[in-house]
Design a protein around this ligand. Structure first.
Ligand code: RTP
Length: 155
């Protein structure tokens, strides 16, 4: 009863092109699965410049913005929607600091990356942005709301 009162959030997680090219897709998905969050959307996708710019619109004024757009559009990314209580903040912890050299060992970036410009994974920074980004990257039909089966399928 208490658990049902807790807010279930959604976060948008994305394996960036360098993560895909380095063969880290399975490893990254695995970290979120093992933690216990629920996968509700998953696809390999080559994004347009327009979509990348919309996704990172809050960073539009930054000097690194054009290079960030080149980076994100340089090859396919793996788009994921994950759901759970506290999933936004927890995913940010699992991912680690933006600069992989500052990221703690045990985090995805801390274990697997060295450069900010090749930091292999994205995670939404608030529940509001989680919803916004999932809406940006997925169609409704690509998302699944599901629960573990309660009974055996066959007897
Ligand atoms: P993300 O959105 O990808 O999860 O990353 P974040 O919140 O940890 O970092 P944010 O400040 O939102 O920056 C987005 C991405 O832009 C690249 N970046 N490059 N050269 C630079 O100084 C610089 N700063 C940021 C990184 O790929 C970062 O993840």
């Amino acid at each position: 009863l208490i658990a049902s009162l807790e807010q279930v959030d959604q976060t948008y997680i994305m394996v960036k092109p360098d993560g895909v090219q380095r063969g880290l897709v399975g490893e990254i998905i695995s970290r979120f699965e093992k933690k216990g969050f629920k996968l509700t959307g998953l696809k390999l996708f080559q994004c347009s410049k327009e979509l990348a710019e919309e996704h990172y619109k809050d960073l539009k004024g930054k000097s690194f913005f054009p290079k960030l757009i080149d980076y994100i559009t340089s090859g396919p990314v793996v788009c994921m929607a994950w759901e759970g209580v506290g999933v936004v903040a927890s995913a940010r912890k699992l991912i680690g600091a933006t600069d992989p050299l500052q990221a703690e060992p045990g985090t995805i970036r801390g274990d697997l990356a060295v450069q900010t410009g090749r930091n292999i994974v994205h995670g939404s920074d608030s529940p509001e942005n989680g919803k916004r980004e999932i809406g940006l990257w997925f169609n409704e039909a690509e998302l699944c709301q599901w629960n573990p089966a309660q009974a055996p399928w066959l007897r």
